[in-house]
Structures are given as C-alpha cells and as structure tokens.
Design a protein around this ligand. Structure first.
Ligand SMILES: [Zn+2]
Length: 402
C-alpha cells in the first residue's frame, strides 16, 4: 500500500485531542485508531506491535545490530483548532488554477491565498471539502513511517533497526509525557511531523503557558461609586501593557510572542489565558518576567491579591540537546538528498514531541512529511511529496552510513 492510500484510510478516524480532558489519551477515540494501527502493523509483520494502557503504540523492524537503532515517531491526534470528524478527503490534480474543494459552499484553495502551492503545480493534492482539517498533521507521518517499515520488511537491503512510536495528544502538548523511553531503546530518533519538503527542524520554541486570574468586586451599579472593582477592566489593562509587536500576527522566524488565547469574565472575576514562546532562553525569561511585573504593578495599584499570574513552562528548545550530536541532523540531510530533496534547517515556531524527548535523553529532530496549512480547513498534502518523504525515511534507515 502507498503512503497516500494509508493516509486516506487514516483520516476517516476522528482522533481530535482535547485540552480540557485529564485522561490519557485525552479522548478515547484515539485508542480506536491506535487499535487499527496495531492490527495493521501485526499484519505487515511487525511482530511486537502493541498499544500500552495510555494509548501509545510501539513496534520494531529488526535490522543489522552493527548499525545504530533509529526511532521514527509520529502522533495520532489532530488539533482541536478545527473539526477532525467526518473528513471528506479526495485527491485532485493541481495545475496552478483555483481548486474547488466544495462546490455547494463555493470553497476554493487558491495559490494567491497560499503561495506555497506554487511548489505543487503538476502534483496531485490530497485535500478536504473545506469544512474540516485534513489530519495530514500527523497521519501523513504515520502513513510514511509504516510505508517505509513495510518496504524494509520486504527488502533484503541492509538497514538499521527501526523502532516505531506513535503517540496520542501531541497537539495538546502531552505527546511525550508517557512515552516509554526506556523500552524504546533507540540511539536517536526523528519525529515525522513537519511540513514542506526538505525541511528539517532541530530548533523549536521555548514554551510556557500563563493563567491570569483577576478578582473584582461587584455591587449594584447605582451605588457603585468608589466601591465597584470591575475585573474585566483590569484584565484589559493587563493585556494593554503587553508589547503589541510581540504578538503572533506580528512575528516570524526567530521572533517570539505572547498570545492571548482566551478571556472569560464578569465583574467579579476574569481569567486570561496566554501562551509564551521564544527560541532564545533569555528572551523567553524576559517575557515571563514581564507578565509577573505587570501583575505586581496592578496589585500595587488595586490592592494585593487582585491579580494572580501563574506561569508554567511547557517545553524547551531542543537545539541545546541536538547540537552535540549533529550527525543525527547530517544523516537526515543526506537521506533527503538521496530522496531528491534540497535539505534546509528551519526553526520551528512551535513545539514537538521531539523537543520533550530530546530533553529526556533521546535526540529527536523533526522531519518533513510534505503537508501544508496544518490545523486548518485548507490543509493539503501532495501525493508525490508523501512518496518522497517515505523514500527519505527508507534512506535514513538504509542508505546512509553514519
Ligand atoms: Zn503535528
């Protein structure tokens, strides 16, 4: 089976994860997909494939013991940002003209809106009907890994031992939380969870989340003079003191940001939820410090206990852990070249399972899958790019002698 055929089957499973859930996996439906993957892995000859109680999938393609053991990792869940249910995926040839995703709703995928499409002229795109995400993030990674595994199982080529790991809940930042590193036993690994062909990522954001709780005091507005404290207005004041040029919509490349995720409030109580991101550890710290300073300032102004900012680190930049073992990156880049790509290291403006794993001792850069426009209704992936990414994975396991 080809990687794109696998993807088309996988996207029929709704595997959306859920931030508010405290279970692991966060949604039971991820286990239904997991069970289907284990069945498929066993059927192709991955004899030790299994799912653990937390919904993590593992399996091995044994190889030459004189070579390093290499892990390939992908995540099963899809982002909560857009619906992952009832996905109507189809393959459409693309020649540069507007692509109709949905005749009835008149939804088009246009190169003028997404210039990256120019790279895909002459290819066949897997797209949605414009109402859901596709879930190539990261089912394309799973499809490419299993297609590469199937190839290795049926080939006589000398190859490294492949350890496969599929995780739940990556999109809500928990993919690595219960990853069984001890039994995984890889020397190093790669997540197949990236986008554009040829991209390899070993620098990601440092990430934190902040919850700002603001206490107010309600009283009948007719007799509120000098008594009412409206927590919503203090919340607006808090937000107004954050730099306007450090918002996601104003940043790119190595520029970090603070993003207001959600606000909810009445007079008595308002909650602001933020995420904080920066590649640079010092600038990351400055952003967290600023939030704490604003809280302290407002407490001096309105009274102690008015504003409570709770800041928690989520993940760190893996660069520090990968740089000492740069041959891991070099191996992947050589494999990309052999698969006909032009390798390019780019900083991730996000986090990955690999960042967590790198900090736990498994160096784990992120590789392209070929997909674009992740987390949205215009997500797509070219069939041809999936084939090239599968080839890249095979080359990592076979072609390169490091
Ligand atoms: Zn992903």
């Amino acid at each position: 089976m080809t990687a794109s055929e696998r993807l088309l089957r996988y996207v029929t499973f709704d595997t959306q994860s859920k931030e508010e859930s405290e279970t692991c996996p966060s949604t039971d439906k991820q286990k239904i997909f997991g069970a289907a993957l284990v069945e498929e892995m066993l059927a192709m000859g991955i004899q030790d494939a299994y799912m653990d109680k937390d919904g993590y999938i593992y399996g091995t393609v044994p190889g030459d013991p004189s070579l390093p053991t290499i892990g390939l990792i992908a995540h099963m869940d899809t982002a909560p940002d857009a619906s992952g249910a009832n996905i109507q995926a189809k393959i459409l040839p693309f020649d540069g003209s507007d692509l109709c995703l949905n005749q009835e709703k008149q939804i088009f995928l246009r190169e003028q809106d997404y210039p990256i499409l120019a790279n895909s002229r002459g290819k066949h795109l897997i797209v949605t009907d414009g109402t859901t995400l596709l879930g190539a993030d990261d089912k394309a990674g799973i499809a490419e890994i299993l297609t590469a595994a199937e190839y290795l199982l049926n080939s006589k080529e000398k190859h490294a031992t492949l350890r496969i790991g599929f995780t739940p809940d990556e999109e809500i930042g928990r993919g690595a939380d219960r990853f069984n590193l001890k039994d995984f036993g890889a020397d190093y690994a790669y997540t197949a969870d990236g986008g554009t062909l040829g991209e390899i990522e070993y620098e990601n954001f440092n990430g934190a989340s902040a919850t700002v709780e603001i206490a107010g005091l309600n009283i009948h507005p007719g007799s509120a003079k000098n008594k009412m404290v409206n927590s919503q207005l203090i919340a607006m004041e808090f937000q107004s003191m954050l730099p306007v040029h450090q918002r996601p919509e104003a940043t790119e490349g190595y520029e970090g940001f603070v993003m207001l995720l959600a606000m909810e409030g009445q007079v008595e109580h308002t909650t602001l939820r933020y995420i904080i991101r920066d590649h640079d550890l010092e600038k990351f710290q400055q952003k967290k410090d600023l939030m704490a300073e604003i809280a302290a300032f407002l407490n001096r102004k309105y009274g102690e206990g008015t504003v409570k900012a709770t800041i928690q680190d989520s993940y760190y930049n893996m660069r520090e852990k990968v740089e000492p073992v740069m041959y891991v990156v070099e191996r992947a880049m050589a494999a990309m070249e052999r698969a006909g790509m032009t390798p390019r290291a780019v900083p991730i403006r996000g986090g990955t399972d690999g960042a967590h794993l790198s900090y736990q001792g498994l160096p784990c850069p992120n590789l392209c899958t070929g997909g674009e426009n992740f987390h949205g209704r215009f997500e797509f992936i070219p069939v041809e790019d999936m084939e090239q990414c599968t080839r890249m994975l095979i080359e990592i396991l076979t072609g390169v002698k490091v």
